[in-house]
Design a protein around this ligand. Sequence first.
Ligand code: NAD
Length: 379
Amino acid sequence: MKARITVLPGDGVGPEVTSEAVACLASVAERFGHQFTFQEALIGGAAVDATGDPLPEATLDLCRSADAVLLGAVGGPAWDGHARDQRPESGLLRLRKGLGLFANLRPVTVHPALEDASPLKAEVVRGTDLMFVRELSGGLYFGEPRSYSDQAAVNTLPYTRAEIERVARVAFELAGSRRRNLVSVDKANVLETSRLWRQVVNDLAPSYPEVKVQHHYVDSFAMALITRPRDFDVVLTENLFGDILSDEAAVLAGSLGMLPSASLGGSVGLYEPIHGSAPDIAGQDVANPIGTILSAAMLLRHALNLKDEALALEQAVHRVVKAGHGTGDLRGGAKYIHGTRFMGARIREAIRPPRATAPRLVDSAYSFCGSPEGHRSQL
Ligand code: NAD
């Protein structure tokens, strides 16, 4: 297969982790006989410095014409004082909006070898296998009107029925292909937007009779997530709650650096780790590349429909982590601590085409990105 992948390294650790993920994709292409072309473009602070715009038109065009987009991270203290539309993060928000992405899938699994990397007790995190579905293009981050003065500031949290319904359908379909358990997180006791959110989820539920639906208030869910994470399967929530809760869930996996994401809904998907640009460790060859490498695996599965290839990459990560290797953020779980480049190289060495027949190479109860089946057709 031939595929064109636009790569947006961005700022901070972004270039370090994306270069490992691109090298892994190139290894997968070589092992499986595919031809992937990578085209780099500017986003975030790097784009502000070069062009004055955190999302230059040329970048958006290159993303729109690609088969998939792989992104590192944007932002950093150098651009903190800039006006809102000159900030790196506004480039990323515009990219998500410009590609029509409304569903952000964030799988959270706990690798058996890393149970002790979490500050939570191993018996609490063991066996966690969650899939967050975060609404990505509406809510507080995009609400108008918005304003700021040093005496008063306004943000608004609007959602339409159509916006809620399309992301809720993604969550119902994912739940149907997993453990058939959907929890919708809102604040319906206080917010009108959340009342509508809950109503729409309830209206859809009869169309998915196999899926058990529960509703949770966001405050109590924040506690349940780290006290009994195994009780949950697919978690559907709006933009802001999803942003916060999925970072909280990173505590379960041992590090923010472990978690991938896929943003879907438009004609081209965006694949990126959930972490930011980590300016405190940028340029030191210490960032964990696994979240970005697993995002590349999601790209293979969702954008290119290459399921065996996605599995081969996830299994490579699994083998390396199982053998005790990790970056500094996994201290306490990993036995051997390495730099970013060395971790990437080990993972590439471990990429092998999956065997045609059983036994499965990944432990049956465990897979990095949730259900091994792709969900592309459902979007
Ligand atoms: P962050 O995710 O960058 O870092 C939080 C902590 O996690 C830091 O201690 C960092 O060292 C650590 N960390 C993050 N990624 C890691 C990795 N791969 N390996 C090891 N450790 C890792 O969040 P922050 O510090 O709040 O934000 C820094 C900048 O990133 C800000 O400018 C913020 O706006 C931006 N940001 C961007 C995105 C994105 O591009 N999607 C997301 C969140 C934050």
